[in-house]
Design a protein around this ligand. Structure first.
Ligand code: HPA
Length: 247
């Protein structure tokens, strides 16, 4: 592995990365099982990038069934030092309108029952990683300045609340999350961020808003609405990533 040692984990709406010239595909088996998909080793603007489809390719693995440990372990094995995680989210607070992109700086984890740590078996000592700042400040800054270069407006902070899914939330759950301080709601941010930190890999996320969260608008949230907003949001995300890589 040379150069950037950068990986992009694509979520709903980003199963493939436009413009990525595919050089190789690496299936990897890990001590924790099989990752979501083969790792795509590619080139974007003559820089090496590794791409992983979080929900598989085709997109069939629901958030609570993703093997987050295998996904992160495989990236570590490939020599990855930085991960940009792209994830569809619901917008809770007023700045987080559909099709908008946010670069969250905090997380609250409401998920449960997921394999969420590498530090549980065959230990020589009990390990507690520091998780005060779950995302890499340096990587976030670079993403924010790449967005400015690409003339894409992003919200540079925000608290991401991770729910279990696959169902969307109730209006009362979203009200509680808002009281807790969440700006965004998604289903895949955890344990992914913590596992990356356990492996010492810098990790930052782009939350692409697919819909107003439950109870924030009249009526039900439809898949059609989600797809339409993601279409625009992911086009901007691809431009932002290109600007990030070109810098
Ligand atoms: N809730 C949780 N995850 C999501 C949502 C949502 O409203 N939209 C896209 N991912």
């Amino acid at each position: 592995m040379t150069m950037t040692q950068l990986a992009i984990i694509g979520g709903t709406g980003l199963t493939r990365l436009e413009g990525l010239k595919i050089i190789d595909r690496k299936p990897i088996e890990t001590p924790f099982g099989i990752p979501s998909a083969d790792y795509i080793i590619g080139e974007l603007d003559a820089k090496t990038v590794i791409f992983l489809a979080r929900h598989g390719d085709p997109h069939i693995i629901p958030p609570h069934k993703i093997n987050y440990r295998a996904n992160i372990w495989g990236l570590k094995e490939l020599g990855v030092r930085q991960i940009i995680a792209v994830a569809a989210v619901g917008g809770i607070t007023s700045k987080m309108a559909p099709a908008h992109i946010a670069v969250p700086d905090q997380i609250i984890d409401y998920s449960y029952g997921r394999k969420h740590t590498f530090f549980e078996e065959d230990l020589e000592e009990v390990t507690h990683i520091d998780f005060t700042s779950p995302y890499s400040a340096e990587l976030r800054e670079k993403l924010i300045s790449a967005a400015a270069n690409a003339q894409i407006t992003v919200t540079p902070t925000g608290t991401y609340g991770c729910t279990q899914g696959p169902r969307l939330e109730t209006a009362a759950e979203i009200q509680r999350m808002e009281r807790d301080g969440c700006d965004l709601v998604g289903m895949t941010g955890m344990p992914e961020a913590a596992l990356a930190k356990e492996q010492g890999i810098d990790y930052a996320a782009l939350g692409v808003v697919a819909n107003w969260a439950a109870g924030k608008t009249e009526g039900e949230i439809t898949m059609a609405e989600i797809e339409q907003n993601l279409h625009k949001g992911m086009a901007d995300t691809a431009k932002l990533l290109k600007a990030f890589i070109a810098r």
